[in-house]
Design a protein around this ligand. Structure first.
Ligand code: AMP
Length: 539
């Protein structure tokens, strides 16, 4: 027997429609690419998204067409999210830090018909214009007064593009499984792969993001996503904040510590989300000025592991609570978020820390398990580590144009991460499968060793890779960026680490470098480090 309830499709338009109706005057403040701070609101963004939707249809955009955005976190970018998906087309967010060849590959692979871009990308797009095979029109996300003349040929400014379109749009109702947006993986191995998010997946992910034990979004917060809208939809915040009625502060292109600090301070941001490298730079500035941005009371750290050192700097030095989170492009992206269960809350800090350092507990909607190389499920004892598999309604089933399932026969997606699960449900990433160091049959967690190393006062950043060893096959090389002039020798660093990690993990060599290679999504490029130290042997 069927239930007798309404079968309302879960469409993205409903998110912004709700926000416009019930939180119409809630603010969206943007530091624009042109410079000045711009004030908008959910009501205004919804109104302008209607005009934009009509302009896209007038231009000839049809359901299923892909439209690229090469842009920072701004109010106009939010308008694009809703207008494009709302007419059944696909908002393809492109990482603007990519090299020319990668941009060309992605735009051609997606067959994007239009490209909306921030003006600081004008020159880059002009350079690759002739190589983009399907793009009919480039639109600069600015007004006529700020249009640069170094952009692709035929570029029109955004304000002129929408100016003559009708202000009212009747949003179509269609199947909730229709594709809404698309993001390519960082492609650290092989070509980047397109992940095609559906309306249903995005709405469910947005609803789950608001839970108290997920991002805990509330009307009384002011949220700043540092994580870019081109990196897994800024972790879904442009979709979740509207349904929570949470004011948004969009930082545009200025993401250095000082600029973030000043903008957060001025706009009374209470919660911000980003990757560890961004937080390091903000923390350095907080230390310099001796305080936190006035309203800031919590940060979410994801995309790479949060070390004890970074958590302590936020929580102990500045009174800003940290939630660790893990996810991936293929997961929309949220998989787990770390909030402490009641039983841990009354424990002394040092006893909480091992749990706080874990990536977090599964959100309802995401199923997790760990398996060995033969696919046999491993115990959830917090000790045994294995390949992390995931399942759920906002997780990829197949890559764009791949023509084959991305899942194993039991319907699980292999994340490529190695993790432990404990009896309370906390998951801890011990490594990427390809980064783990296999030393004489034992596994050494590069992430675990890096986190321990950055606790040392003279180590600013650390990355660990495996290098050849005649007996153990692979041993860890610790590559460090120093905090100041002091570069202690291996013996001193090993002595420090000996109290924190198993003896087997202690690095066999240390190299001091000026900087680590950081990829377009803010993560250390281990592959590049491996190339740089190719042929390095120890023992
Ligand atoms: P991306 O698809 O670019 O977002 O990258 C996803 C990958 O980043 C994951 O599979 C993990 O390897 C890594 N990652 C994300 N969040 C964390 C975290 N909190 N700790 C450790 N690794 C993480």
């Amino acid at each position: 027997m069927q239930g007798l309830m309404m079968n309302t499709p879960l469409l993205i338009t409903s998110l912004i429609q709700f926000a416009a109706q019930y939180h119409g005057d809630t603010s969206i403040v943007t530091r624009s690419t042109e410079g000045p701070v711009r004030h908008s609101s959910y009501g205004e963004v919804f109104a302008r998204a209607q005009r934009l939707a009509n302009a896209l249809i007038d231009f000839g955009i049809k359901p299923g067409d892909r439209i690229a955005t090469v842009a920072w976190n701004t109010d106009r970018h939010i308008e694009l999210y809703y207008a494009i998906s709302g007419i059944g087309a696909i908002c393809h967010t492109v990482n603007l830090r990519l090299a020319d060849a990668e941009l060309v590959y992605i735009l051609n692979h997606a067959e994007d018909r239009m490209v909306f871009f921030d003006t600081d990308m004008s020159e880059t797009l002009a350079r690759i214009q002739t190589q983009t095979k399907t793009v009919d029109r480039f639109v600069a996300m600015t007004d006529a007064a700020h249009l640069l003349d170094n952009g692709p040929e035929g570029t029109i400014d955004y304000e002129s593009f929408i100016a003559s379109a009708s202000p009212h749009h009747d949003w179509a109702i269609f199947d909730e499984n229709t594709a809404a947006s698309m993001c390519y993986t960082s492609g650290t191995t092989g070509d980047p792969k397109g992940v095609l998010y559906s309306h249903r997946a995005t709405v469910l992910h947005a609803m789950a993001s608001c839970y108290a034990s997920t991002l805990n979004l509330r009307t009384e917060d002011v949220v700043l996503p540092v994580v870019p809208m081109f990196h897994v939809n800024a972790w879904g915040v442009p979709y979740s904040a509207p349904i929570a009625g949470t004011p948004l502060v969009m930082p545009g292109p200025k993401l250095d510590g000082q600029s973030l600090f000043e903008f957060m301070d001025a706009e009374c941001v209470t919660k911000a989300l980003g990757v560890p490298t961004v937080w390091m730079s903000l923390l350095d500035h907080m230390d310099k000025v001796g305080r936190k941005p006035a309203g800031l009371n919590s940060v979410v750290i994801g995309g790479a592991a949060a070390s004890e050192a970074i958590i302590n700097r936020f929580e102990l030095d500045h009174g800003v609570a940290v939630n660790h989170a893990w996810g991936m492009t293929e997961m929309s992206p949220l998989g787990v978020v770390n909030t402490l269960k009641t039983k841990y809350q009354s424990l002394p800090r040092d006893q909480q820390m091992p749990t706080k350092l874990k990536q977090g507990r599964a959100i309802y909607g995401v199923d997790l398990c760990i398996v060995d190389d033969d696919g046999q499920e491993l115990p959830r004892d917090g000790d045994t580590s294995g390949r992390l598999l995931v399942k759920g309604p906002w997780i990829v089933s197949e890559y764009f144009k791949a023509g084959e399932s991305a899942l194993n026969p039991e319907g699980w997606f292999d994340t490529g991460d190695i993790a432990t699960l404990d009896p309370d449900g906390y998951m801890m990433i011990t490594d990427r499968a390809k980064d783990i160091i296999k030393s004489g049959g034992e596994w050494i967690s590069s992430v675990g060793l890096e986190n321990a190393a950055v606790g040392h006062p003279v180590i600013k950043q650390a990355a660990v890779i495996g290098v050849a060893h005649p007996k153990w096959l692979e041993r860890p090389l610790l590559v460090c960026v120093p905090e100041g002039e002091n570069q202690p020798d291996l013996a001193e660093i090993r002595e420090y680490l000996a109290e924190k990690v198993p003896k087997l993990w202690l690095p066999d060599a240390i190299e001091w470098v000026e900087s680590l290679p950081i990829g377009a999504t803010g993560k250390v490029l281990k592959a590049e480090l491996r190339n740089r130290f190719a042929g390095y042997t120890v023992g």
